[in-house]
Design a protein around this ligand. Structure first.
Ligand code: ADP
Length: 350
């Protein structure tokens, strides 16, 4: 059975989405971190406003929970534009896209999350919409099929993806601006938590927010989620105020360690060390061992383990590092020095 995680960076159930919406920055000046992206965006927005033109299409990519949806909403606010939100898996037919595009006004924003999951059919339908602001819509089928050329208002498409590599080259090429979102520093996450605590009217002792931030895997969504868990704990076990001891006990109960790793991270590393002798091991094999989706491991677990240098991705699969073994208190498996390289045929695409 899949391991339930407190720190999965998925947006999770609706209630959590409402919580996220409350805490979402509304203006560019409120966005913490991502300096490079924010700077470029503010120039692009100012220039587009000056010319009285819509923005070019924008692609945000990076692990979940780093602010792609937030930035799309911030851009809409800054441009005084309406935003329509959908996602790759939700747009299955041309008609779904037509529904969104046909009543869009000039300058409006269409946000498509998980854009790498658009079907080939829908993707091709979107190309002329992005490039020439028109679509060729097919009505009826078979002998009676007719293609209607439908002009659109100039809009801005904002795509978000955790996997830029899965985007087809023609789709990627139609975005004027591509921005990679990076993990946040502990200072930046503390700043975000300070704002969240203020909005939630939560009292806290000095140093407690830093502690939560340092265990949030560089991810604002995780930081806010942990804050919520710690707040609940403080209300039940304490007097509502975050103290160092409350934070420690609450995170211990959630089984989150000093580096912010949870059960699934540790299981991933332990499988690599104890079952695959430190690797290299293919992601499919690790996913099967853990009973987890490959996508969850690639989108949520691996990026942070790579970032902190606990895992290496090689052409032959994933390998664990000495630092990871030390963190878990396990001995580094003896590298099979004599092992012959595996044949190319079995190499995994990176
Ligand atoms: P993504 O779309 O990349 O999965 P979101 O935009 O949904 O991530 O961000 C998750 C949550 O994290 C938001 O609700 C917001 O509260 C917080 N957040 C993300 N980025 C920032 C940021 N730069 N500054 C402040 N809060 C942020």
């Amino acid at each position: 059975m899949a391991i339930e995680r407190v720190i999965s960076a998925d947006s999770g159930p609706d209630k959590e989405e409402q919580f996220n919406n409350v805490l979402r920055p509304k203006r560019l000046s409120e966005v913490v971190g991502q300096k490079n992206v924010v700077e470029k965006l503010s120039i692009a927005i100012a220039a587009a406003k000056k010319r009285g033109e819509p923005l070019e299409h924008i692609l945000f990519y990076g692990p979940p929970g780093l602010g792609k949806t937030t930035l799309a909403n911030v851009i809409a606010n800054e441009m005084n534009a309406a935003i329509r939100v959908s996602s790759g898996p939700a747009l299955t037919k041309q008609g779904d896209v037509m529904g969104l595009l046909s009543n869009i006004s000039t300058g409006d924003i269409l946000f498509i999350d998980e854009i790498h999951r658009l079907s080939a059919l829908v993707e091709e339908f979107i190309y002329p919409a992005m490039e020439d602001f028109k679509v060729d819509f097919t009505v009826d089928s078979g002998l009676h099929a007719k293609t209607i050329n439908f002009p659109l208002k100039r809009f801005t498409l904002i795509g978000a993806t955790t996997r830029a590599g899965l985007l087809s080259a023609p789709l990627r090429g139609r975005f004027g601006m591509l921005y990679h979102l990076e993990f946040y520093t502990t200072d930046e996450l503390t700043h975000i938590l300070r704002r969240s605590a203020q909005m939630l009217e939560l009292a806290y002792e000095v140093g407690t927010l830093e502690k939560i931030a340092s265990r949030s895997r560089g991810t604002p969504r995780v930081a806010n989620r942990l804050l919520k868990r710690v707040r609940d704990y403080a209300q039940v076990k304490g007097v509502g105020k975050l103290t160092s001891q409350i934070v420690d006990s609450s995170l211990k109960m959630e089984r989150i360690d000093e580096l912010g790793l949870d059960e699934l991270d540790r299981s991933f590393l332990k499988a690599l060390i104890q079952i695959y002798n430190g690797g290299p091991a293919g992601i499919e094999a690790i996913a099967a061992t853990l009973g987890e989706e490959r996508d969850t491991l690639e989108d949520v677990v691996e990026p942070y383990l790579l970032q902190i240098g606990f895992v290496r991705r090689t052409r032959r699969g994933r390998e664990v590092t000495r630092a990871a073994c030390e963190h878990l208190g396990l001995t580094m498996p003896q590298q099979k020095a004599q092992e012959l390289p595996q044949p190319e045929l079995f190499e995994e695409p990176q």
